[in-house]
Design a protein around this ligand. Structure first.
Ligand SMILES: NC(=O)c1ccc[n+]([C@@H]2O[C@H](COP(=O)([O-])OP(=O)(O)OC[C@H]3O[C@@H](n4cnc5c(N)ncnc54)[C@H](O)[C@@H]3O)[C@@H](O)[C@H]2O)c1
Ligand SMILES: O=C(O)C(=O)C[C@]1(C(=O)O)C=C[C@@H](O)C=C1
Length: 393
């Protein structure tokens, strides 16, 4: 169990993590290159300023993506913690830097999918991560203790862990976070010269579309730099749609009857696609897409059980969309929910049962409220003895 932690970088995200951990009785040490940020975080009740006398259980590095590797190496050299994780919005670069500069066995990449367009400790909140996905990106070298401590940080922040490979993470966030940010900025940039009579009419629609454009350009420049290729791919597809939208609107604006008819069809198609895409966006606090099914597995309350389960799932080549754990301390066991593609759920449940895991019947996530019946382990099946794999995505 985590009793002590350090947060390096006490801005928006670091202070939010520190506040959540402190609220759960973890003693948090606050460190920042700018000492006034650490003092402000401490004044908010996020912990105490300065390094610990002995290594803490886990250090959370909440610094810009470009300096995660060097901060990790420096803090490992001084023996700050037994395990380290970070919260950077890109995972490939920090992981490569960690493998190059530091001891990767006690490091695991992380990324909470929650934030704000504001920076600094004063914008922090203990509840920022509640119900939100929190990606963890273990490598082949990540130790089980470190995976377990990072999972505990996620649980203490009331977030939902999602285990992924770093490259898959970066491609996914290019679509769901980084390109949306850039598009919001591009739209907001159109407003720089906005005449007063237009600005007086600006309403909630414009605020919704441009809110995230208020983010720190320094941080977002760093994020886009570190995920440039994947963002460029999404933007290229968007540019093709933009070109089609302009052509359709030019047709509608002209006098040619055929071009007008064509424009009407094309605009309706674009708007319809947009509406269907919007329908795929899960609810704010983790509503799940209907194509997912939940498979529930009972695991023993001992070190390494979760890592063994995830390694088995990785061997089955099933992509895990989300992982969450319900602890039942009285029974010294935990109920793990694995959200996977509905089409893979039944096969995965059957195979896990054959391997000796206690698996419940798979259910669609949309209608899953009560736990299903536990499928008994297959007769004579042994608990699997497999090493921790490099993530399950
Ligand atoms: N802002 C968001 O919405 C959001 C969401 C999820 C993850 N993240 C990630 O969280 C990290 C922090 O972002 P933030 O929004 O909290 O930024 P922030 O500017 O609010 O805080 C960053 C803090 O790190 C400190 N810092 C910078 N370099 C340092 C170093 N070398 N050593 C020690 N301290 C250092 C700064 O002084 C600052 O106090 C980034 O990696 C970002 O990608 C941000
Ligand atoms: O809500 C916001 O303000 C955010 O921008 C949060 C958001 C996101 O895109 O969802 C932004 C960047 C982070 O890396 C994670 C979360």
């Amino acid at each position: 169990m985590i009793r002590t932690a350090a947060v390096v970088g006490t801005g928006l995200i670091g202070t939010s993590v520190a506040l959540a951990l402190t609220a759960r009785q973890v003693h948090v040490h606050l460190l920042d290159a700018d000492e006034s940020a650490a003092r402000t975080a401490a004044a908010l009740g996020a912990g105490t300023v300065g390094p610990p006398a002995a290594p803490v259980d886990i250090a959370v590095l909440a610094v810009p993506p470009g300096c995660v590797g060097e901060v990790l190496a420096a803090q490992q050299a001084r023996g700050l913690a037994r395990s380290y994780t970070d919260v950077a919005s890109v995972k490939g670069g920090p992981e490569r830097d960690a493998l190059r500069l530091a001891d990767p066995s006690c490091y695991i990449g992380g990324h909470p999918m929650a934030g704000r367009e504001l920076s600094g400790p004063l914008a922090a909140s203990a509840s920022l991560f509640e119900g939100r996905s929190w990606v963890l990106t273990p490598t082949q070298g990540t130790g089980t203790d470190t995976l377990n401590r990072a999972l505990e940080v996620v649980a203490l922040c009331a977030a939902v862990p999602v285990v992924m490979e770093s490259g898959a993470h970066d491609r996914a966030v290019a679509l769901v976070s980084h390109t949306p940010h850039l598009v919001a900025s591009l739209m907001a940039a159109r407003l720089e010269e906005m005449p007063d009579d237009a600005s007086r009419l600006a309403g909630q629609g414009l605020r919704d579309v441009t809110r995230i454009a208020g983010g720190d350009p320094g941080l977002w420049g760093d994020i886009l730099d570190a995920n440039a290729g994947a963002v460029a791919e999404v933007l290229e597809a968007l540019a093709a749609d933009l070109g089609a939208a302009v052509a359709a609107l030019r047709g509608l604006a002209g006098d040619d009857a055929d071009a007008r008819a064509e424009g009407t069809v094309r605009v309706a198609d674009l708007l319809g696609r947009g509406r269907r895409g919007r329908g795929r966006v899960p609810g704010k606090h983790g509503g799940n897409p209907a194509h997912c099914a939940a498979v529930h597995v009972l695991i023993g309350d001992q070190p390494g059980e979760l890592a063994r389960l995830l390694a088995t799932v990785a061997d089955l080549e099933v992509n895990v969309e989300e992982v969450s754990i319900d602890h039942s301390p009285a029974e010294r066991s935990g109920l793990v929910e694995l959200a996977v593609e509905a089409s893979a759920a039944v096969r995965m449940a059957r195979r896990l049962t054959e391997f000796g895991w206690a698996v419940q019947r798979p259910r669609s996530r949309a209608d899953s409220t009560a736990p299903g019946a536990v499928l008994p382990p297959a007769a004579g099946a042994d608990r699997p003895r497999v090493p921790l794999a490099a993530g399950t995505g």
